[in-house]
Write a protein that binds this ligand. Structure first.
Ligand SMILES: Cc1cc2nc3c(=O)[nH]c(=O)nc-3n(C[C@H](O)[C@H](O)[C@H](O)COP(=O)(O)O)c2cc1C
Length: 196
């Protein structure tokens, strides 16, 4: 059995570079992991009424339940995101908020997380990544400090056919995935040890 890695793409548009970068990264995971994009486009906008025990006439959307269960059953979550107006795209924040409730069962808790940010500009989505780290810091998620993946000038980085061919970038992304896989493995080992 392989362990699931949930990959969250922070852009909804068809031609998204974030999605293309994610698609290049999916096959880089070692065989004990299966990395898959978890779609966030159909998650209803977060509204605490869905989770508030005092609001009894509003049901939790099935999309929320599916998303939360997927995250909870993951060995790790990898965000691949652009930057919108110096912070994370709304669809990413929506997903973060949905995974953050209910307080008694936070989907993100203890799930190792990796982040890759990108931009068509030169700063590689720096603010987006820092803001995402800030939001996730609330959930006790094991996180790699280094390396940090800021991919700049995505228009030239990603070829028209969607591939990344620049050798140094491919090696860098592979080294990040390898370190992230090590982090997930050590967390899985720790969990298995705690259960034994
Ligand atoms: C609403 C909006 C806000 C943006 N803000 C930023 C920004 O703050 N920093 C940046 O580097 N690029 C910004 N961009 C440009 C994005 O880097 C560019 O559109 C990129 O292609 C989006 O990623 P995607 O290709 O994965 O959809 C913005 C784009 C949009 C549509």
């Amino acid at each position: 059995m392989t362990e699931r890695v949930s990959v969250i793409v922070g852009s909804l548009r068809r031609g998204s570079y974030a999605r293309k970068i994610a698609q290049n990264v999916l096959p880089m995971f070692p065989p004990e992991f299966t990395a898959e994009i978890v779609e966030i486009r159909d998650l209803p906008l977060y509204n605490f009424d869905y989770d508030d025990p005092e609001v009894t006439d509003v049901a939790t959307p099935p999309e929320y339940t599916r998303f939360r269960e997927t995250i909870k059953s993951s060995a790790g979550v990898l965000f691949v995101t652009p930057e919108n107006n110096r912070t994370i795209p709304a669809c990413v924040k929506n997903a973060v908020d949905i995974g953050s409730k209910p307080n008694s069962d936070v989907a993100w808790k203890n799930i190792p997380v990796g982040i890759m940010s990108h931009s068509i500009g030169r700063m590689g989505g720096y603010s987006s990544q820092k803001n995402l780290r800030l939001a996730l810091s609330y959930f006790d998620m094991p996180t790699l400090g280094q390396p940090e993946v800021f991919l700049s000038q995505s228009r030239t980085l990603v070829e028209p056919d969607g591939t990344i061919t620049q050798e140094s970038t491919v090696e860098f992304l592979q080294s990040y995935v390898d370190r992230f896989a090590e982090l997930m493995t050590s967390e899985l080992d720790e969990r298995a040890g705690a259960q034994a």
